[in-house]
Design a protein around this ligand. Structure first.
Ligand SMILES: Nc1nc2c(ncn2[C@@H]2O[C@H](COP(=O)(O)OP(=O)(O)OP(=O)(O)O)[C@@H](O)[C@H]2O)c(=O)[nH]1
Length: 362
């Protein structure tokens, strides 16, 4: 065999070996991508999805930064998170915006992934915490022709995301991520709709029971107390009887709004049934609870409610207030919840007996 042929064979072997290695690498990459995409699709709720995106993708692709930008003009996703007790502070890499305009110039015509150098002036809003980034990939998240956000990868390697690289794999990931986000949001909406009262927009009795147990457990852990206000409209049946059901509904909505103005984000509130509302206020003293109930009572009767037909209604409420402090050995939270509600109910009964439009403490 001539020397030339020997060299050529050696070169060919080396090229085949390189190709085989590249194919094996690609297969590993593909498997890893498929696993990551499955993790996104498997996420049961927004918290799991955010974790799969912000932590899972970061680790599996060996990136310096992964952020998720979500366009949430009605603050719906943020409200769903609050309702699910998820704090946005737990996910600093998930960024909410009311509009995609002005976030990054690449979003102006954003139909496929954009790869290129990191530029502080253009990309700072997308990577607020990342330092030392040299290249980025911005992946559009679209559903039904609408841009709902972007998935953003940042690398300290300037060659990692360069303009001439193929973007098919990233575009595919974008489609999966968009689908997973829509799924998680829909699921959160569904859960919430089962826990919401449609007339007032407040939570319903089912939610209150679940939340009451959580609040009791939290109060017990923190060694603090929990106060329950049971609020009932006075002579509500008369409103229905004299002015009709629609006027009654208006009165319920208005009363809920007037109460709502006096409760804090950390309080839990629900329409408990017919004309009855419950507010749970953690960590306040009996005096503060009495004062809160008095403010609510005064707010409801502050001004008459105009109803159709040029008439007006005077709304008043009676409120029963009860508080509970659990020691660490108390294990039956269900019984404690029932006891708290029963005491508030007994106090409410006294408020009704003593003339209505008043607050009674248990
Ligand atoms: N319009 C309207 N009425 C409702 C709704 N749910 C319950 N009700 C009515 O609310 C009334 C509740 O009356 P009660 O709480 O029994 O008594 P009340 O007239 O408020 O009298 P006191 O509580 O003793 O002051 C009933 O007549 C129910 O039919 C609702 O969603 N809309």
């Amino acid at each position: 065999m001539s020397r030339d042929l020997e060299n050529e064979t050696r070169e060919l072997r080396a090229r085949i070996a390189a190709l085989v290695e590249e194919a094996a690498n690609n297969e590993r990459l593909l498997k890893r991508s498929q696993q990551r995409e499955l993790d996104l699709l498997k996420a049961d709720n927004l918290r799991e999805l955010f974790e799969a995106i912000s932590k899972g993708l970061l680790a599996s692709y060996g990136l310096e930064a992964v952020t998720l930008l979500l366009c949430d003009p009605q603050h719906e996703i943020r409200h769903l998170l609050i309702a699910d007790h998820v704090s946005t502070d737990d996910f600093p890499n998930v960024i909410f915006t009311d509009s995609m305009v002005g976030v990054a110039p690449q979003f102006n015509a954003f139909h496929k992934p954009w790869l290129g150098p990191y530029m502080g002036c253009d990309h700072q809003l997308l990577f607020p915490r990342a330092e030392s980034l040299r290249s980025v990939a911005l992946i559009p998240l679209r559903r039904n022709e609408r841009l709902q956000g972007s998935l953003n990868f940042g690398s300290s390697d300037e060659k990692r995301f360069s303009r001439h690289l193929a973007t098919d794999f990233l575009a595919h990931l974008g489609v999966i991520a968009s689908f997973a986000i829509e799924n998680a949001v829909n699921r959160a909406r569904l859960v919430r709709s089962g826990l919401t009262d449609f007339l007032t927009g407040w939570h319903n009795r089912r939610y209150l029971h679940a939340r009451l147990k959580e609040e009791l457990a939290r109060a017990q852990r923190q060694g603090s107390g929990l106060t329950c206000l049971l609020i009932d409209l006075d002579k509500f049946k008369q409103i229905n009887d004299q002015h009709g059901h629609l006027a009654g509904d208006m009165a319920l909505r208005e009363a809920a709004q007037r109460v709502d103005a006096h409760i804090r984000d950390s309080d839990a509130a629900a329409r408990f049934g017919g004309d009855e509302f419950v507010v749970l206020a953690p960590g306040i003293s009996p005096e503060q609870a009495g004062a809160l109930a008095e403010r609510i009572r005064a707010a409801v009767c502050e001004s008459p409610l105009e109803i159709p037909g040029g008439k007006s209604l005077n709304l008043t409420v009676s409120i029963g207030v009860a508080g509970i402090v659990l020691d660490r050995n108390h294990s039956d939270l269900k019984a404690a919840a029932e006891e708290l509600l029963a005491e508030a109910d007994a106090a409410l009964y006294r408020a009704k007996q003593n003339g209505r439009n008043r607050v009674e403490l248990a």
